[in-house]
Design a protein around this ligand. Structure first.
Ligand code: MSP
Length: 476
């Protein structure tokens, strides 16, 4: 991707419940990508947007159950997300955190709706169909398993009501062409194929974009007895999060999105309704929609009933900020479903981080005390990471650092026994140490996007020849 700027987004998260490991996974991945592109393009040329999706029936219901006003409820949960992204927790360096209850977002959404209405893309109709409140989405019969939504295990409601509709059928051919030609790139390939075959085999029905009986939403500017369908409200965050006011002739400099990072559960809406809105408005589509898989626990979806939930707080407590970031991203190929268990994570933490990296640093720093070494590393860390990051192979990037640098360096120490050389052959000792130190400088640079604090600590230890703490204490 030869780009001068880079704009990446996460989905905005529903605030019906506190953040969990799945939300953390998407957000850490986006943060790693953003940090890498900042290294490559400069801070000012990168924009990383995340935030919370705060309207709709599901949240309204949860607030009622909690005995709180919707606003009070969403304020609380949204702040939980912010706290989890903070430096002392997951250390997510976003450029903006958008909330769909922000006044500026609401105004821009209303302006867009008015434009769509004026352009004839929205008309008043009636909708009849099955609706899953958990997904906040309409369902076809063939989306269901035994009559239930497979993601929520509940039967959808039958809805029949007056509704404003967004024209989808008329943009279908254009959308299909853009996806096939990869002007709007849906990736990995298997997801592109899924969407292409969906668009080839089914006629897109016009989409209901308003609700008469949901009060917790943005009122339609041309009919205040309806509120905006939560997905239409939500998609526009990718524009309003850049400070956009809803004028399609005046787009932010960062536009278009370079990467909309999403989970597979929300691919279909992102590859249909979202581009449809933009096509109607005459706005360029995102360049890439990247879909990652889900985190499973022991082969199954995490659920409270199954008791196989791993909480993100538990991970943070055990593995710390960088340990958690490392373990989630290295748990499996990004793009596939990945399976995590606490046992395997502890094993990996001990192998890669405590015995691997932590041990290496402490041995090298101890041996280097009292000597001067420079950074003679000749590899460009950006080039080293580039291929992997551009292909979204974060797990492979980490594996390569671990294998090619950390494990090899530890073996190099064992093979060369620098503590003996120090007494018997000082010239050789210096040569061995110089190689280790240079490789560790490279490690510290390569880890900048993945483990920013650790990377700084390694660099500082190399410069001062002092390490005041054990990096990654072994877990029993
Ligand atoms: N609010 C919508 C998104 C609107 S974007 C315009 C939404 N929110 S969500 O909170 O339910 O989920 C958002 C995202 O969280 C998912 O798409 C996915 O990226 C991530 N994950 C939620 N559960 C997950 C797992 N178990 N595993 C990995 N990621 C998952 O949908």
């Amino acid at each position: 991707m030869e780009n001068k700027k880079f704009y990446i987004t996460t989905p905005i998260y529903y605030v019906n419940a506190k953040p969990h490991i799945g939300h953390a996974y998407t957000t850490i991945a986006a943060d790693v990508l953003a940090r890498f592109y900042r290294q490559q393009l400069g801070k000012e040329n990168v924009f990383f947007l995340t935030g919370t999706d705060e309207h709709g029936a599901k949240i309204q219901k949860k607030a009622e159950e909690a005995g709180k006003s919707p606003q009070e409820f969403v304020d609380e949960i949204s702040s939980e997300f912010k706290k989890l992204w903070a430096k002392d927790k997951l250390n997510i360096e976003y450029d903006n955190f958008i909330r769909t209850t922000d006044g500026t977002h609401i105004k821009a959404v209303q302006r867009v709706l008015q434009t769509l209405k004026d352009k004839g893309a929205i008309y008043k109709g009636e909708y009849e169909g099955l609706y899953c409140v958990g997904c906040e989405q309409f369902k076809n019969e063939d989306d269901l398993v035994n009559g239930k939504c497979p993601d929520h295990g509940t039967a959808p409601d039958l809805m029949k009501e007056e509704s404003y509709m967004l024209k989808m059928t008329e943009i279908q051919a254009e959308l299909l062409e853009k996806i096939e030609k990869e002007e709007f790139k849906v990736t990995p390939e298997k997801y592109k194929n899924k969407i292409v075959s969906f668009l080839k085999n089914q006629t897109l029905h016009d989409v209901s974009i308003s609700r008469k009986n949901v009060s917790w939403g943005i009122p339609l500017p041309f009919d205040e007895s309806h509120t905006t369908y939560v997905w239409v409200d939500a998609f526009l965050n990718y524009l309003t999060g850049l400070g956009w006011d809803g004028d399609e002739n005046n787009l932010p400099e960062m536009w278009p999105v370079d990467i909309n990072l999403i989970g597979k559960d929300i691919l279909r809406v992102h590859a249909t309704i979202w581009p449809a809105i933009l096509i109607h408005l005459g706005i360029k589509l995102p360049k890439i929609i990247f879909t990652h898989g889900h985190i499973l626990s022991d082969g199954k979806k995490m659920s409270k009933t199954l008791g196989n939930t791993i909480s993100i707080d538990e991970m943070l407590e055990k593995f710390g900020t960088d340990g958690t970031r490392y373990l989630l991203l290295s748990a499996g190929p990004f793009g596939e479903d990945i399976d995590v268990t606490m046992e395997r994570m502890v094993e990996k933490y001990n192998a890669d981080l405590a015995n691997g990296l932590g041990n290496l640093i402490s041995r090298v720093i101890k041996l280097a005390e009292g000597y001067e070494f420079e950074n003679k590393n000749e590899y460009d860390p950006l080039i080293w990471n580039k291929g992997f990051i551009e292909a979204f192979w974060m797990d492979k990037a980490l594996e390569r650092i671990s294998d090619h640098l950390i494990r090899k360096s530890n073996k190099y120490i064992t093979d060369n026994k620098p503590w003996e050389l120090k007494k018997t052959d000082e010239a050789k000792f210096k040569e061995v140490m110089q190689k280790l130190i240079s490789d560790l400088y490279l490690v510290s640079e390569l880890f900048i996007p993945f483990m920013p604090e650790t990377s700084e600590k390694i660099k500082k230890a190399l410069e001062t020849k002092k390490l005041d703490e054990v990096l990654f204490q072994r877990i029993k």
